[in-house]
Ligand binder design. Sequence first.
Ligand code: SF4
Length: 369
Amino acid sequence: MKITFPHMGSPLIYTKLFELLGHEVIVPPKPTQKTINLGVKYSPEFACFPLKVLLGTYLEAIEMGADTIVSSGGNGPCRAGYYGEVHQRLIRNMGLDIDFIIFDELKRDYKGFINKLKKLKGQHSWFDLYKIVKTAYKMAVSTDKVKKFIEHKRPYISDKKKLNKVKLAIEDQYREIKTEQDIVRVEEYAFKILKGLDIEEKTGAEKLKIGIVGEIYVVMESGINFNLAELLNDFGVEVEMSHYISEWIQENLIPFVSHEKEIMKKAEDYIETIIGGHAKQNVGHIVDYKERGFDGIVHLKPFGCLPELVTQSILDKISDDLDLPILSLSIDEQMATANVMTRIEAFIDMIKQKKYKRSSDHERHVFGY
Ligand code: SF4
């Protein structure tokens, strides 16, 4: 099998997982305008934006030689649950003979889930599979630790070129990992060189922190969110995102270590039931960021996303209640970088003024409708 998968954030973890299982991996390219154009061309117009970009990614990976696509299904009242089926039909209608392995929730189809695992594990024993999945999970936790450190410290590192080189060196080391012991060694190496950089941290009113919330794919995939985390870092702002791959694994595969329930509780005043996607979690994260002293929120909503449309409709109230500025950006194929830059810059200026002056006005702070 020549396996590919969705590009969502860093492809390191999935690549490692399939490599350790002995498969040939076709690493999907990071989404670009070409990917978006391809996806838009062959998708139904009304489909939500991530479906289109993922289709584009699959088509590019197929062009590179992939014959099998592995992905997860979705659950709850949102279209992600149909993605596998829709992508499969669209690709087969184009005359491409591609195998799909879509992992839906275990409780939805227990037998099917096990059969798909069997197919992926090949000659490996179940214990081997457990060890490999555990290694991939630990690697996800470790890379996310490094990612969070960079998202917090990057605004204070003046030599960005050096930081980028360091990041590439760290990624190369993670790529070579084979065992859990290797992860410990690489993580130590990563923090040693990162902490060795010249970091001049700001304090007090000069320190700005923004939380990025929204639909999981557009939050995690920098190729379609204008590299938002780095963009904010470049404006001198620390960021944290509502979604990281290790947390997604915890929520979906090992719920007893997930903090999702606590986060969802914080959303109760605004959204009582689960309405699909991560809408409830995102609102919980906004409340959590406020409690943790963040200065503002950027909310990302892909075109055609119903759960995040609901979130967007209550942002005004949340912003007023919490006295927290929120910028809502709708992401689609028409969105231009210059437009995003201008709005981000204006938003940061406003946060700075608010933080410095601590004015007592009651103006609304939600932007982007
Ligand atoms: S969460 Fe939104 S964008 Fe994602 S699959 Fe569901 S409807 Fe589409």
